[in-house]
Design a protein around this ligand. Structure first.
Ligand code: PEP
Length: 259
């Protein structure tokens, strides 16, 4: 069966252990059989990872929003090994909000390698700041992928989150149009094939992020062709996030019955 992957990027929205526990219990109340075919991951603030991991939820994989390749004298940073030691199993790498704070392509590459060394699944974010009428944004995405994935260990798991920066943090009406997403999705798959080879590229999930809400989730999946979503603001409230998971499940059913 085709699989969906939906990752909640809590950013700083869900910020206390109490809020995190409430969020998990609202999702848990649905039961483990609620979303067959839909994998649910939560990228949590570091402070919440140990508590979430301790819940050992059969429904949710817990990860970090970023990790650093640095060790030692780097005040305030958290390494991949540190995130792993408290229960992270994956990490976002190269989110645009971190790139905007100066995270360079070289740092993204190093952080991705650090994640792999700790066997954390990297969720590599790529995305252009604006769409160029002449299509320069395709080259921009190709460069981001090529830079981050050089020397990639082909035995490792990888998720690509395509997140056009101009679409992040708005509302469904401002998100990417499904037809444009379909074009970019095909381009990213082609680029991954050129970098990693077809056999490996075919194992990589490509998900979309940028103002995904219940209103646009189904069309982005069905027309856009992506495997799932990285969800920011709409993951802050469990019920809104659950609505998106339900749509992911529903669109899987539609696909199955068409066969
Ligand atoms: C994000 O920043 O990863 C994101 C997808 O945010 P939002 O859903 O709020 O656009």
């Amino acid at each position: 069966m085709q699989k969906r992957l939906v990752i909640a990027n809590w950013k700083m929205y869900v910020s206390t252990p109490k809020e995190a526990a409430q969020w998990m219990s609202q999702l848990g109340a649905k039961g483990t059989a609620a979303f067959p075919g839909v994998d649910v991951w939560v990228a949590a603030p570091y402070t919440l990872i140990p508590g979430l991991a301790a819940l050992k939820s059969p429904m949710v994989k817990v990860g970090a929003q970023a990790v650093s390749a640095n060790t030692g004298a780097h005040t305030g940073e958290v390494s991949a090994a540190m995130a792993k030691s408290v229960g992270a199993t994956f990490t976002i790498v190269g989110h645009s909000e971190r790139r905007a704070q100066g995270e360079s392509d070289a740092a993204v590459y190093a952080n991705l390698q650090a994640a792999l060394a700790q066997k954390l699944i990297p969720v590599l974010c790529v995305g252009e700041s604006e769409r160029d009428p002449n299509g320069a944004h395709f080259e921009y995405i190709e460069n981001q992928l090529t830079s981050a994935l050089r020397g990639f260990n082909k035995a490792s798991k990888l998720v690509i989150a395509y997140e056009p920066v101009w679409a992040i943090g708005k509302s469904a009406g401002d998100a990417m149009k499904p037809a444009d997403l379909q074009e970019m999705h095909i381009f990213i798959r082609k680029t991954l094939t050129a970098i990693l080879g077809r056999a490996v590229a075919d194992t990589v999930s490509i998900i979309y992020g940028g103002s995904v809400e219940a209103e646009n989730a189904a069309s982005l999946l069905e027309e856009g062709g992506v495997s799932g979503f990285l969800v920011g603001h709409a993951s802050a409230t469990p019920n809104t996030f659950i609505d998106i998971l339900s749509l992911c499940k529903k669109t899987l059913r539609v696909k199955k019955s068409k066969k």
